[in-house]
Design a protein around this ligand. Structure first.
Ligand SMILES: Cc1cc2nc3c(=O)[nH]c(=O)nc-3n(C[C@H](O)[C@H](O)[C@H](O)COP(=O)(O)OP(=O)(O)OC[C@H]3O[C@@H](n4cnc5c(N)ncnc54)[C@H](O)[C@@H]3O)c2cc1C
Length: 466
């Protein structure tokens, strides 16, 4: 069968690229090795983790916050099987949604492992071992990423789990040891802490959420500690003994020193993700990769082999679903001669804990390192009317604006619903707005978003409610 475009992988990069290509008139096929479409994001990533974060937050609120609002509930009871079924239903609805969209756009779907045998030729091997050959003018690699592993600590997805196992534990562990204080470790650590686990997070670096604005990182750590999570910073897990009933993890100072043994029922390895290109045949056809195993692409997502392109987690840049989606759209448009483009300076980054953390643009540390003079406007949620009545006064908004032009260079939020609220800041940055533009924009009252306006006013030292 001959196509204009074959997309390998149906995650947010692949399926979105395929849909946009079909909209633009390209005869398109998608090959996916999983039984369902949607990739990591829908099957074992964004969607199931957010379902569990939502359900566990409701559980915690029912136990701790309802009473403060005059809602009497006797101690909420956890039915973990039902919560997992709720999560699975959410995943099912989403992956079926992608299947529907592919059909609606007349995209042919193939289930099986794809290998590029030559530019323009893809071989698909299905679960029964049957192979078929497909041809296309262009091939897009959107094969995503896989869990990064720690040498000597074998993931069995039962007691030593990756994020995938941590999304489906059959019971709440008494003690959960999380290796890695990044987004995934903190989100899944939060889920299990809310459901009753004692959570210890071990981090090699000297702070949580590496790469984010330092003030946000410090505040987040304080709040997570207040919730009962504990952190072992500047430390590394060097071994996990699985021989006994309980796991025994060896923790050492990052710089070396005397080891300590910490017991746990489950260990979650959450040290990051690595690009996934296994079995694609890249070496045979000469597709180049960078020093971190990511497929090397130019500004237009072209690989070193003409006719073969790559997007999403498998190339450089933040490993985020919306980044992959935007690259999918941009590439489809480039393939038909349009000016597809992704603005990497305005990609939001969200941690879906409580409070949520959402950032876009530069941190203070990045601006200092680049020698850019900036003004800071900050506003705390303790001074926001809606946050007060919602009992969600944790956190603040911080806006960083260029000292000369007032152009917004970075926005950091730590608060309830930050993931939704960051959209305003992203739009402002996309349009090159100044802090004054945000300050002079009418915001509905009473909303948490008024804190963004107040922070923008604070850049010029004129916030009203502080
Ligand atoms: C627990 C967790 C939570 C996350 N939460 C968020 C979040 O809240 N927000 C966010 O933005 N990001 C989140 N992410 C990251 C997000 O899932 C990824 O950035 C996103 O899925 C990348 O999309 P992609 O299309 O590049 O690849 P993927 O979604 O990884 O999809 C790649 C697909 O390619 C298929 N494939 C691979 N090789 C082949 C082959 N040879 N033949 C056929 N098919 C193949 C795979 O089976 C897979 O389905 C999370 C990730 C995890 C693990």
């Amino acid at each position: 069968m001959a196509y204009d475009l074959i997309v390998i992988g149906s995650g947010p990069g692949g399926y979105v690229c395929a849909i946009r290509a079909a909209q633009l008139g390209l005869k398109t096929a998608v090959v996916e090795k999983r039984p369902t479409y949607g990739g990591t994001c829908l099957n074992i990533g964004c969607i199931p983790s957010k379902a569990l974060l939502h359900a566990s937050e409701c559980y915690e609120e029912a136990g701790h916050t309802f009473g403060k609002m005059g809602i009497g509930v006797s101690g909420p009871k956890l039915d973990l099987r039902a919560m997992m079924a709720f999560k699975d239903q959410g995943v099912d609805g989403n992956v079926k949604g992608v299947e529907f969209l592919l059909k609606k756009n007349k995209i042919d779907g193939f289930h099986g492992h794809a290998r590029i045998v030559a530019p323009g030729r893809v071989e698909v091997k299905d679960a029964d071992g049957k192979t078929q050959s497909l041809e296309a003018k262009s091939i897009v690699i959107a094969t995503g990423s896989d869990v990064a592993r720690l040498k000597g600590i074998e993931i069995d997805e039962r007691r030593i789990v990756s994020s995938t196992g941590a999304l489906s534990l059959p019971e709440v562990p008494k003690q959960l040891l999380v290796i890695g204080a990044g987004v995934i470790g903190l989100e899944l650590g939060s889920v299990w802490r809310r459901l009753g686990a004692q959570v210890v997070v071990v981090e090699f670096l000297d702070g949580i959420l590496p790469g984010m604005d330092a003030e946000i990182r410090r505040q987040a750590q304080r709040l997570f500690e207040r919730q009962g999570m504990s952190f072992r910073l500047s430390s590394k897990v060097t071994a996990v003994d699985t021989t006994g009933k309980r796991l025994k993890a060896t923790i050492e100072p990052a710089k070396g020193g005397s080891p300590e043994i910490v017991e746990a029922d489950v260990v979650l390895v959450a040290i990051g993700r690595v690009p996934f290109t296994d079995g694609l045949g890249l070496d045979e056809i000469g597709v180049k990769r960078d020093e971190r195993g990511r497929i090397a692409v130019d500004h237009y997502f072209a690989t070193s082999v003409p006719g073969i392109w790559a997007i999403g987690d498998v190339i450089a840049g933040p490993m985020l679903a919306h980044k992959a989606e935007d690259e999918g759209v941009a590439l489809a448009e480039i393939l038909v001669g349009q000016a597809g483009h992704v603005n990497y300076d305005a990609i939001p980054n969200v941690v879906y804990t409580y409070p949520e953390i959402a950032t876009v643009g530069k941190s203070e540390e990045e601006l200092k390192a680049a020698g850019i003079a900036y003004n800071v406007g900050k506003f705390p949620f303790t001074a926001n009317g809606r946050a007060k009545v919602n009992l969600t006064t944790d956190g603040f908004v911080k806006i960083l604006a260029d000292a000369k032009s007032d152009r917004v260079l970075g926005v950091q939020l730590i608060c309830a619903d930050a993931g939704n609220m960051i959209a305003e800041a992203v739009l402002a940055m996309e349009f090159g707005a100044s802090a004054e533009d945000i300050a002079r924009t009418c915001h509905a009252h009473p909303t948490l978003s008024e804190a963004v306006k107040e922070a923008a006013m604070a850049v010029a030292k004129r916030s009203i409610h502080m």
